[in-house]
Unconditional design. Structure first.
Length: 338
């Protein structure tokens, strides 16, 4: 969903976004409950709070009748979580080539500014074999055994602490019964890094280990009947925005004013801002305010303690970047190629 608020000039154009999707399947009970001063519901903090902060900023601009110099494009995206693979924000930048800056409201803490995009590659590996009775056909290779060999090999991989680079086998499934040699097994693998180079290095090593595991299982039973199908199911680009970039400086100043102390913490994370950063578009992710916990669980909670800091921080940052008619000029530069 897109709402364009035109400014008095023709430049720059700033996107302010939050994501609508959650990690929960269709049909999940999202009834909001209150308990001990907390609000409980799946997705209440991630990213329902971001959407609420987004609407608060829109309402404040309109009720105060503030006219900005630059345009503000308010966007509610889909596909930010899990296998959504950033499809909402990818569609945004596919269809709109004249975006000069991007802000995502995601998370809660206002003193934490994400200026580095953690890239990720996600794969589904499908191991296939002949299958058979566990006793009568003993000696045939097993898809589950091949998967197990792959998991063991992956778990021994070494990655650098800086830039932070991680991996995990998130899900596994397969087989039909306890007394059958598995004909099929699947696993999903997540790899992340703050460096594109390190992510690609890890990816190459991990895929090699998976193929070696298949070869090992086949060799164990003198066979060639185990195969693996490798599918890329998630691709989030990495990127970084320099601390001296106007969009980072604007956010840092807003946080400093609100908290009356320079308490900004710069961080890396995987958010909708990943795509903008990878395209060379200045971007940050900022918090919506308040407190919360149990992210991505059905007992996710949110507390509106000092929640107003979120929309205030976003509003100040937006006004610095887009300028106020007759008062300030936009701090956000117009990109040369639009």
């Amino acid at each position: 969903m897109i709402a364009l608020r035109k400014g008095s000039g023709d430049t720059p154009k700033l996107v302010v976004s939050a994501h609508q999707d959650t990690v929960f399947p269709e049909g999940t009970d999202v009834t909001v409950k209150e308990q001990d001063g907390r609000i409980l519901a799946p997705g209440i903090g991630d990213d329902a709070r971001g959407l609420a902060a987004l609407l608060s900023v829109m309402q404040s601009l309109n009720s105060s009748q503030i006219t900005t110099v630059g345009d503000i494009m308010f966007v509610a995206t889909v596909g930010e979580e899990e296998l959504g693979n950033l499809r909402g924000v990818k569609a945004l930048f596919r269809d709109h080539k004249n975006i000069d800056g991007f802000i995502s409201i995601d998370g809660l803490g206002v003193t934490r500014v994400v200026n580095q995009a953690t890239g990720s590659h996600r794969y589904e590996m499908i191991f296939k074999g002949p299958g058979g009775h566990s006793f009568q056909e003993f000696g045939l290779p097993s898809a589950v055994h091949a998967l197990g060999r792959a998991v063991a090999r992956i778990s021994d991989l070494q990655t650098p602490a800086d830039p932070k680079t991680t991996f995990t086998v998130g899900t596994v499934s397969g087989g039909t019964s306890v007394n059958a040699i598995a004909a099929e097994a699947r696993m999903a693998v997540d790899m992340r890094s703050n460096s594109t180079d390190e992510l690609l290095k890890l990816e190459a090593r991990l895929l090699e280990q998976v193929k070696d595991a298949v070869a090992e299982e086949n060799k164990r039973w003198n066979s060639d009947r185990i195969t693996v199908e490798i599918k890329l199911i998630g691709d989030r680009p990495a990127g970084i925005v320099a601390p001296d970039s106007p969009i980072v400086q604007a956010t840092e100043r807003a946080v400093t004013i609100l908290n009356r102390a320079p308490r900004v913490t710069f961080a890396g994370s995987s958010t909708d801002s990943n795509l903008a950063m990878s395209l060379g578009i200045p971007a940050v992710t900022i918090g919506g305010g308040g407190e919360g916990g149990n992210w991505h669980s059905r007992n996710e909670w949110y507390s509106p303690l000092n929640a107003y800091f979120g929309p205030q921080n976003a509003l100040l940052t937006i006004l610095v970047l887009t300028g106020i008619e007759g008062i300030t000029k936009p701090m956000l530069p117009v990109r040369r190629q639009r």
